[in-house]
Design a protein around this ligand. Structure first.
Ligand code: SF4
Ligand code: SF4
Length: 317
């Protein structure tokens, strides 16, 4: 085998070896970009927003979820667990997370589907098989695939591979990102991305650090970089009452977005409480963030304020 074949073979091996930790694939999505889409959710996120509506996307590792309402308290899972990681206290199933290896034996014996291991390793080929099933919907509606999470850019090798493959297969691609990554990582994939959904949360850096655990400096710089690069992007603003709905934050965000090229739209995503029950199913310890969704008055005031910057604004994805 000559050097060229060697390199080709190596590249093929790398391609075979590339995989990602995925926690869900949602077909027929209509809020994650244009048209009818398939949304692929990557596991793992560098931010720790307490209001996250996908808390199962924060950890990169697989996690065991328990649905209390489905549970018959039969104890079969506890018997099946060779690690003795499952116990019951006052009717609640408790998992010793330190012992649990996420083997899934408990979920396999649960007849009411009250247990599930969230997160599995998938190759680009396996994901493409799912996408190809819905090609007709993409073509009819102007849709495609959206890579979301979690943070898809944290698994950049896989993302890079699958974006390339989608481009070769003529599938429209959207990447939904927090923007918290190295500029090189973003630029490496950007030419194979048709549209970014770019999440902005809080403009004040101290408040951003307080709520998300990271600075917003690189997030803002990366969005400017994408705009200068000519990438199409829509800003998504998760609106959390008493966290980021104040006049100062909305004004600063509107002025920043209006100063960018290729970023003319802001989609407001009102806070909702779906993340609370998911966090409980994951058995998360510590205080769970609870809030109320923004009122219609707050939503229209934020909408109008952003429109005042000449931006196209809508509520919803
Ligand atoms: S096997 Fe399923 S239904 Fe039975 S106790 Fe375990 S979680 Fe509940
Ligand atoms: S996933 Fe495996 S180790 Fe964890 S609780 Fe279930 S059976 Fe036990």
């Amino acid at each position: 085998m000559g050097p060229t074949e060697n390199r080709r073979s190596l590249r093929n091996q790398e391609r075979v070896a590339t995989s990602a930790m995925i926690f869900d694939i949602k077909r027929y999505a209509i809020h994650d970009g244009p048209g009818i889409r398939t949304t692929v959710f990557f596991k793992g996120c560098p931010l720790a927003c307490p209001w996250c509506h996908n808390p199962e996307g924060v950890s990169h590792e697989p996690q065991l979820m328990w649905w209390r309402r489905r549970c018959l308290a039969c104890g079969d899972c506890s018997e099946a667990c060779s690690e003795e990681a499952i116990s019951f206290a006052e009717g609640d199933l408790e998992v010793d997370r330190a012992r649990c290896t996420k083997c899934g034996e408990c979920a396999a014996v649960c007849c009411s589907h009250a247990l599930q291991v969230i997160g599995r390793t998938m190759t680009p080929g396996q994901v493409m098989e799912v996408l190809e099933k819905d090609r007709v919907f993409y073509e009819e509606s102007g849709g495609g695939v959206t890579f979301s999470g979690g943070e898809p850019l944290m698994q950049q090798e896989f993302l890079h591979d699958i974006l390339r493959t989608c481009r070769q297969h003529g599938i429209h691609t959207v990447v939904d990102t927090s923007g918290y990554t190295e500029p090189d990582t973003l630029l490496r994939v950007s030419d194979d991305v048709d549209m970014f959904l770019y999440d902005l949360k809080i403009m004040n850096d101290d408040a951003h650090k307080k709520y998300t655990g990271v600075s917003n400096e690189s997030i803002l710089e990366n969005l400017r970089l994408l705009s200068e690069h000519g990438s199409e992007a829509v800003v998504r603003l998760s609106l959390i009452p008493n966290v980021n709905d104040d006049v100062g934050n909305i004004g600063e965000l509107g002025a920043f977005v209006a100063s960018l090229k290729n970023v003319g739209a802001v989609h407001i995503l009102p806070y909702h409480r779906a993340g609370i029950s998911k966090a409980k199913r994951l058995g998360e310890s510590g205080e769970i963030f609870e809030n109320v969704p923004p009122s219609s008055d707050i939503l229209s005031s934020v909408e109008n304020r952003l429109r005042g910057f000449g931006l196209e604004v809508r509520v919803g994805g």
